[in-house]
Design a protein around this ligand. Sequence first.
Ligand code: CA
Length: 479
Amino acid sequence: MVRRGLTAAAGICSLLAATKPMLGAERPLNVILLLVDDMGWTGASCYGSDLHETPSIDRLAGQGVRFTNAYAAAPVCTPTRASIMTGKSPARLHMTIWRESAVNRVKDRKLLPPDTVADLPQSEVTIAEVLEAAAYLTAHVGKWHLGDGADYPENHGFRVNVGGTLWGCPATFFYPFAGPFGGMKEMRYVPGLAWSKSGDYLTDRLTDEALEVIDKAGDRPFFLNVCFYTVHTPIEGKREYVERYRKKIRPGMDHDNAHYAAMHQSLDENVGRILARLEQRGLADRTLVIFSSDNGGYVNAYRGKRVTGNRPLRSGKGSLYEGGLRVPLIVRWPGVTQGGGVCDEPVVSTDFYPTLLDATGRRDQVKHAAELEGVSLAPLLKDPRGKLDREALHFHYPHYYPTTTPVSAVRVGDWKLLHFYEDDHVELYNLKDDIGETKDLAGVMPEKAKELRLRLEGWLKRTDAQGTKPNPDAKKRGV
Ligand SMILES: [Ca+2]
């Protein structure tokens, strides 16, 4: 039934026939990107969760390199996804907020956020377009959130799109994955899953379709972009798993949401199914696998219950404190990564694109490589104790969220500075001594704070980043 599902929905057989086979003796590397939605830094067992059980993700970490200082390029969905697809920073792209908010700007706060880009511009060359030009089968499965119909995955280099739409989350994770959503009762659905049946769970069904791509690729190299809708809201786990975690929760645990834990178990099972299929088909030794998340864990409540905490990190999704930005990242590159590597070098999702150019041998083939803002992680994957030739990571979120007001941030070595725009104040932290960002050192180290602030302002100028403006209505409203 599942097999017929993808064939009917995406016409995969005809697509395969239409794409030219690769020439040359060396078989190109397949690429699978496993991107989770809103998974916090400590969401997996191997990253320290005290509740979630993730044996498959942990096994992958044991076979590759696990990064401890990996960042999403932004603290919310759309901008980070744009950074992965383009290799450019959200600030440069003017895509700094999630799509729904980009088309409905906040106008009742002290500052007016900028008028940002809602849809991924066609002028950008996505990593999918690069690999499609190299005769890869390019398939997107799951969340897209990078534009409306004119900018769906199929218009940005993907030959197959199952489930990708303008929306950031499904109405429900249970069959039929459709229904009214939000205050406006907008009707949402997940396309491409026509052969689903009562009782099906979305994370399982999307993985069915991902497995179908692997099965049907044959000798063709493939780029499989699996963007799980989980563990984003709605926080809905399978009933039997929820009961299991309810019994496991004890007072004082960092993670104490049984539904959220159940969602992690389903995620982990499906990561395991994909990795097992690679083994079964003899593809594991020629497939690069990246596992990561698009922003930190969501610390606000859903249906009256806190979703998660990111301790020891401060805050969560939406914030430029570590809890909003720092994410899991595991990379397994056959022949390059040694098992069990741990890398502490700061890296960011913008780095995936140049890494994939190196891994697939495409760097010399693309004209725009010099425009990319990320750097290849290849040296770190070969030697996790190595260092990148990069001085700083920058972040720009000129928007509001329940966890933040408009803010930019820069990390240089162990130092991190945040610049909040509502009152123009800065905060300085030493992450080596204070990973929880509890001791603001800006007052006692003004020279250091000034140095980082100037560096941050220089970067914002160079990237043509959009700023906020005072809201002329703010005084009237008393905000
Ligand atoms: Ca997200």
